[in-house]
Design a protein around this ligand. Structure first.
Ligand SMILES: [Zn+2]
Length: 290
């Protein structure tokens, strides 16, 4: 069963006996709102999408998990940023609420982006406070509420919940690549240095991927941002892990078209989803036996 909030999110509910597992794909949306009015080339703007990630995890409901996917693009408003991560340079008047700009905002990639890519402005105008508030109230808050509700209801029913925040990463060398060599990683897992999920869960995901032959890094260079920070409370039995998959494994990074590797990667992610569902069930059984 799929519940759709048009333009906002799609929630795919379990089609078998539920397990307390929630996947969310916050950046795969490609419904560009009519009031976006960006000034950069659409082809380049679309490179910000985590294209196809919702489909790669499409097996979730068949394993009893819930899958939530944003339908709007992250370049319009990024649900993986804090609400105070406001870029004052982008606004035509002072923001009326608290502002706590992150490093990402300082380079123009905060809650609402100022740049399409380094050196290329997103807009040919300043945005109004009302525009930003609309994006927060109409898009950001309902998306966060959908993920929160799914996790709360799983935890309420089962006594614990496992949340996987699903992303993709470009393969191109960034300025950090020479230090970390991260362009070679197939997957990067982020638990904000061990604070958003139990180590057993992270190891389960890492081990499952490595046994399938993938190169996996942890918290390097992506540690996880707002969604795992908000929902990961391992001390309360709520575990959140961010997974970044390298786009070179499944798509042409210029045209966003699927490549020959797509089907194999999707099958391997289905194996991963199955392993996560089994892990969650085993954890609850073990807790019940204590
Ligand atoms: Zn992403």
């Amino acid at each position: 069963m799929v519940h759709i909030e048009p333009g906002i999110f799609a929630r795919h509910d379990p089609v078998v006996e539920p397990v307390p597992v929630v996947f969310d794909s916050p950046h795969s949306g490609s419904h560009y709102p009519a009031d976006f009015h960006y000034a950069c080339p659409a082809r380049l703007l679309r490179h910000a999408e985590d294209a196809h990630v919702d489909d790669l995890y499409g097996a979730a409901p068949a394993f009893g998990a819930t899958l939530i996917a944003a339908l709007f693009p992250r370049s319009y408003i990024d649900v993986n940023r804090g609400l105070e991560d406001i870029d004052q340079q982008l606004l035509d008047q002072p923001w009326p609420g608290p502002v706590s700009a992150s490093d990402r905002t300082r380079v123009g990639m905060g809650l609402v982006r100022r740049i399409c890519r380094p050196g290329l402005q997103m807009y040919d105008r300043k945005l109004t406070v009302g525009e930003i508030k609309h994006r927060i109230d109409r898009y950001y808050r309902p998306y966060h509420a959908a993920v929160a509700d799914a996790i709360d209801s799983a935890a309420g029913r089962f006594g614990g919940a496992w949340h996987v925040n699903c992303h993709s990463m470009p393969s191109t060398r960034g300025p950090r690549a020479s230090v970390h060599g991260w362009e070679r990683a197939d997957f990067v897992l982020g638990d904000r240095d061990g604070t958003t999920c139990g180590i057993g869960f992270r190891r389960l995901v890492q081990g499952t991927l490595e046994r399938m032959g993938y190169d996996v890094r942890v918290n390097d260079p992506y540690k996880g941002v707002e969604l795992v920070r908000r929902f990961g409370q391992p001390q309360l039995g709520r575990h959140s892990l961010q997974i970044e998959v390298n786009r070179r494994l499944y798509m042409n990074e210029d045209t966003l078209e699927r490549t020959a590797g797509y089907d194999k990667l999707k099958r391997d992610i289905e194996t991963l989803v199955g392993a996560i569902a089994a892990y969650a069930r085993d954890q609850l059984t073990a807790a019940a036996a204590d």
